[in-house]
Ligand binder design. Structure first.
Ligand code: ZN
Ligand code: ZN
Length: 442
C-alpha cells in the first residue's frame, strides 16, 4: 500500500494539467442527456479514453450506453471505479455562463429541459482525469483497473441493466470481476472536502404509482359517485402518520407524496386518482414495514371510501440500500485522512439520497465503498452555516445546483487516484536503516 507522502508525490508528479478537463466539464454540463439516452455523452467518453491510452480494453453499449475501459498493469488486485453519466429533466436556473439550455425528448415522448443537476458531469470528468493520472503513473502501481461509466442512475435502472446485459459474464463484455468496487458523488459539502462512513451510507428509495378507483359523475350529484379525490386526500393525510406514529424516533425514514393527480375541471367528479409516492429508508426491516404500511393504509382508505375496485400499486423505481463494507470503508478512510487531512470526514451522517451503485458490487458479492466530495464554494458555505442558513444552499436536483469547478474537480480526481493507489500501489522501497548501521560499523 502506498503511504500519504507517496500519494502526494505520485499525484504531484503525474496528475495532468486539469485545464482541459475544466473545459470538458463545461461541455458536459451544457450538453447533458436524459437517462437511457446518453448516446453522445458515451461517445465523448469513449473518444477521450482512446486519446488517453491505446492500452485500454474498451467495451461499449453495455446495458444501454454503459461502457468499461480495462487497464491491465501487471499482477495484483482488480478494482472497479464507477462514474454515472446521466442528467435530469430540470430547467437550469443557475445563470452560469456554461448553463444548459438543452431540450430533449424523453422516453415518454415529452420534450424536456435537461440539466446536470446531480453533478454527474463531475463524475465523468473526474474519472477521466483519474484515468489519465493512473495511466501516467503506471510505474507506481500494479494490478488491474476497470473504469466504468454507468448510464441511467437517476432512474435506478442503469447498474442493473449493465449487470443484466452480461457485464460480468466471461466472454461477453470481458469485464474482470473486481476485488473491490469504488464510487463517488459530488455533494453539498464545502469544495475540497471528502466524506464517507463505514456501514449504511445512503437510503433505499422505493417509488410507486398508486391508482385509486372511484366512480365519476356530475359535480352536482356527489351522492351518485364515489369521489376518488376525497379518498386520495385521506390517503395523503393518513400516510403522514407512518413516519410520525409508526417508525421509532431514532429510525430514519421519509414518505413523500410527490404527485397527486385527478380530474381536469370543476364540475366533474373524476373516476380515478393517481398518487406517486417515494419512500426512503435506511434499514431493511423498516423498508419492509413501511412498504407494508403504505399498502395497508391505501387499501383501508379505499375500503372506507367504498371504492368499486381495489387500488393498484405499480413500482416505478427501486434503489437498494447503500451499505459500505466496513473493512473497505476503514481502508479508504485511512488513506483519505492521510491525503486530505482534516478535509476528510470519516464519519459523515447518513445521506437520505439513493444510488444504484451498490448493485455493481452486490451482483457479484464483492465489497464496496461510496464516498462524497464537496462542491460548494467554501467561504459561501461557511458563511451560510454561520448564519444557520445552510438549508438554503442549493442541493443536488435543484435548478440552482452549481458546484464550483475548482477545487471540486481536483478533489474528485485525487480521491479516485488515492483510492486506486490504496489497493494497487506498490510498496515503497524504504531503506533498511539497521543494515545501513551495520555497514557503517563494518
Ligand atoms: Zn441524482
Ligand atoms: Zn446523482
Amino acid at each position: 500500500m502506498a503511504t500519504s507522502s507517496s500519494f502526494s508525490s505520485i499525484i504531484d508528479k503525474y496528475r495532468p494539467d486539469l485545464g482541459p478537463y475544466e473545459e470538458l466539464y463545461k461541455h458536459c454540463h451544457a450538453n447533458g442527456e436524459l437517462s437511457t439516452q446518453e448516446k453522445e455523452t458515451a461517445a465523448l467518453i469513449t473518444s477521450r479514453l482512446q486519446q488517453i491510452s491505446s492500452d485500454f480494453d474498451i467495451r461499449t453499449d453495455i446495458g444501454g450506453h454503459g461502457q468499461i475501459a480495462v487497464l491491465d498493469n501487471g499482477p495484483g488486485q482488480t478494482i472497479l471505479l464507477r462514474a454515472d453519466i446521466d442528467a435530469l429533466p430540470i430547467k437550469e436556473k443557475t445563470g452560469l455562463p456554461y448553463a444548459s439550455t438543452k431540450m430533449m425528448r424523453d422516453t415518454d415522448g415529452i420534450k424536456k429541459p435537461v440539466m446536470h443537476a446531480c453533478g454527474h458531469d463531475f463524475h465523468i470528468t473526474s474519472l477521466l482525469g483519474a484515468a489519465e493520472t493512473l495511466v501516467a503513473a503506471r510505474s507506481t502501481w500494479s494490478g488491474r483497473i476497470v473504469f466504468l461509466f454507468q448510464p441511467a442512475e437517476e432512474r435506478g435502472s442503469g447498474a442493473r441493466a449493465m449487470v443484466d446485459d452480461g457485464l460480468y459474464d466471461g466472454g461477453k463484455h470481458a469485464c474482470p470481476i473486481p476485488d473491490v468496487v469504488l464510487g463517488q458523488h459530488v455533494f453539498p459539502l464545502p469544495a475540497g472536502t471528502t466524506a464517507t462512513r463505514p456501514g449504511p451510507i445512503m437510503s433505499a428509495a422505493d417509488s410507486f404509482k398508486i391508482t385509486i378507483y372511484g366512480s365519476g359523475g356530475h359535480g352536482s350529484m356527489p351522492h351518485r359517485t364515489i369521489d376518488p379525490v376525497v379518498i386520495a386526500s385521506h390517503v395523503v393525510v393518513r400516510l403522514q402518520t407512518i413516519v410520525s406514529r409508526e417508525v421509532p424516533p431514532d429510525e430514519i425514514a421519509v414518505v413523500t407524496v410527490g404527485a397527486l393527480q385527478a380530474g381536469s375541471t370543476e364540475n366533474v367528479i373524476s373516476d380515478e386518482a393517481v398518487l406517486k409516492i417515494n419512500i426512503r429508508t435506511v434499514s431493511a426491516v423498516w423498508r419492509d414495514r413501511i412498504l407494508a404500511s403504505v399498502k395497508r393504509i391505501v387499501k383501508a382508505e379505499c375500503l372506507a371510501g367504498n371504492c368499486p375496485k381495489e387500488p393498484t400499486f405499480e413500482a416505478t423505481s427501486s434503489f437498494p440500500l447503500t451499505i459500505n463494507d466496513r473493512k473497505v470503508a476503514e481502508t479508504i478512510n485511512r488513506s483519505f485522512t492521510q491525503y486530505f487531512g482534516d478535509r476528510h470526514d470519516p464519519e459523515m451522517a447518513n445521506v437520505l439520497g439513493s444510488e444504484d451503485f451498490g448493485i455493481l458490487a452486490s451482483a457479484i458479492d464483492r465489497p464496496y465503498c461510496f464516498w462524497f466530495f464537496g462542491g460548494h464554494e467554501k467561504s459561501k458555505h461557511d458563511e451560510m452555516v454561520r448564519r444557520g442558513e445552510e438549508d438554503s444552499l442549493p442541493v443536488n436536483h435543484s435548478p440552482y445546483f452549481a458546484p464550483v469547478i475548482q477545487p471540486t474537480l481536483t478533489t474528485g480526481v485525487d480521491a479516485l487516484v488515492v483510492a486506486a493507489l490504496t489497493y494497487l500501489g506498490k510498496e515503497e522501497e524504504e531503506e533498511d536503516w539497521e543494515d545501513w548501521e551495520d555497514c557503517q560499523v563494518d
